[in-house]
Design a binder for this molecule. Structure first.
Ligand code: NDP
Ligand code: 2IT
Length: 458
């Protein structure tokens, strides 16, 4: 269970949560992420309270090393000048260059950037790769923009971002609204400005210019490897189970593909407008055609599969979470599953939830699932396959080498098995009772705390 901060015993922890919440009182997503992590690591804090206090460890952990915000002017196809805001939060570099995606979505603000950057520190530590935590993006809305508008925006964004990144400094990648097309334009502009082929400065690149096989698939595939391990450890067989997947972007598509390969029947997927229910099992090549090729809407699925049903979102609970399935895979955005959705899913018999998205469940929803013995694969562990494979892309770039799909996929699978093992070991060591949320946080925190303490007060 996530201890509410009222139930905490450590005065030090309470003080840091209170002061950080007050100082960042307008940043609700950041405060949410911070409370989830800090309250769940209390057993470790209590064991080491004096040591941590003496070096202001928590006070430093919750303050980004650097937060960059900048103007991004660009010209639309009608010749009008548009201005957006760009961000890069370099949160914690104690175990490697800052690493994390770029999100282009109109909802992007400093709070969302900081929550994502904060989560990324712990996620990256769990991968076992030498990567620190960072995140960036813009409130730019890619929907309905032409290719040329996307290109001009990416170029202007990189005109500023290039000062702050580098293969040993900070290595951005994709996230919501940023995929292969955007990474290509960003990389091209970086190369032009720097006059240097620094392949490892961005990940998620095209295969022709330094990208890694299996990076595109990695987050979704990794999510299902983690889910398989978690169910296996609890004597549940994945095969024959049903699943629903929110979202139909990069993470959702490849979670669906791997789920199907592992014998799961995926009956529904969604986008921000609604969901499509196909009791015969989702046709993933059709979803790829609609979303990756046509950049269309999920309701178009019905045109090709008349027996499917389109359910538009018309209440606070996204329509997909009103459906009944064994495995719930939220792969869209933060706070998709609130307490009401969690109650409905439990009532409908959900066995397990795998967070493909970052923080898709509110803290209340997470507690509710755990209290009702629903197995929960926390995002920072379960979706770490994407960034882990980005780190594999960086390794290949440094070696000027390219591994086969199977080599990368095997390494990804091993990394996910290892991440689950870390969550389970911490859960057992602290007697948490199948709480992999706290297990992930504790395991990652210990690693980061040790690295920060070893490097002195910086
Ligand atoms: P995409 O842009 O490829 O897809 C996002 C999907 O979520 C779309 O189907 C989108 O629908 C849907 N969505 C629904 N509601 C919202 C909303 N309010 N805001 C934004 N999107 C919404 O993104 P990804 O698949 O890459 O990312 C999905 C989630 O996974 C995010 O939380 C991301 O942070 C996380 N993640 C991504 C990784 C990666 O490697 N890409 C790695 C680890 C985590 P619509 O088209 O209608 O907007
Ligand atoms: O949230 C995430 O882990 C990502 N968007 C992927 C980051 C990366 O650097 O590959």
């Amino acid at each position: 269970m996530i201890t509410s901060e009222r139930g905490l015993k450590s005065e030090y922890l309470k003080k840091v949560i209170e002061e950080t919440s007050a100082k960042n009182c307008y940043e609700k997503e950041f405060i949410q992420a911070l409370k989830e992590v800090l309250s769940s690591i209390e057993p470790v804090i209590i064991q080491n309270e004096e040591k941590y206090k003496s070096v202001a460890l928590l006070e430093r952990l919750v303050e980004p090393e650097r937060t960059i915000s900048f103007r991004v002017p660009w010209m639309d196809d009608n010749g009008n000048i548009q201005v957006n805001r760009g961000y890069r939060v370099q949160f914690n570099g104690s175990i490697g260059p800052y690493k994390g995606g770029l999100r282009f979505h109109p909802s992007v603000n400093q709070s969302i950037m900081k929550f994502l950057g904060f989560e990324q520190i712990f996620k990256n530590a769990l991968t076992g790769r030498p990567i620190g935590g960072g995140k960036g993006g813009s409130d730019f809305d890619p929907k309905g923009k032409s290719d040329m508008e996307i290109m001009r925006f990416c170029q202007s964004f990189m005109n500023e971002l290039q000062r702050h990144i580098g293969h040993d400094i900070d290595v951005p990648a994709g996230d919501i609204g940023v995929g292969g097309r955007e990474i290509g334009y960003l990389f091209g502009q970086y190369r032009k400005i720097k006059n240097c082929y620094e392949a490892g400065v961005l990940t998620g690149k095209g295969l022709e210019y330094g990208g890694s096989l299996a990076r595109k698939e990695a987050t979704g595939y990794g999510l299902m490897y983690f889910m398989r391990e978690m169910l296996k450890a609890n004597n549940i067989n994945l095969q024959g189970k049903t699943a629903i997947i929110s979202g139909s972007g990069n993470v959702a598509i490849y979670a669906c593909e791997k789920a199907q390969q592992l014998g799961v029947k995926v009956i529904a997927m969604s986008d921000s407008s609604g969901c499509i229910l196909d009791e015969n099992g989702i046709d993933i090549s059709l979803i790829k055609e609609i979303k990756e090729v046509r950049r269309g809407r999920i309701y178009e699925y019905k045109n090709s599969v008349p027996s499917s049903i389109y359910l538009e979102n018309n209440s606070d609970i996204p329509s997909i979470f009103t459906l009944k399935a064994d495995i719930i895979l939220p792969c869209a955005t933060q706070n998709d599953i609130d307490i009401e959705a969690a109650k409905l899913l439990v009532q409908n018999g959900a066995l397990a939830v795998g967070e493909g998205a970052n923080m898709p469940c509110t803290n209340e929803a997470v507690s509710y699932f755990l209290e009702h013995n629903v197995l929960l694969a926390p995002g920072k562990a379960a979706n770490a396959g994407g960034v882990a494979t980005s780190a594999l892309e960086m390794s290949q770039n440094s070696m000027r080498d390219a591994w086969t799909f199977d080599e990368v996929d095997k390494k990804l699978e091993n990394i996910m098995v290892n991440i689950f093992r870390q969550c389970k070991e911490a859960d057992e060591e602290y007697g948490l009772g199948n709480n992999y949320v706290a297990g992930a946080n504790i395991s990652a925190f210990k690693k980061i705390a040790n690295a920060m303490i070893a490097q002195g007060i910086i």
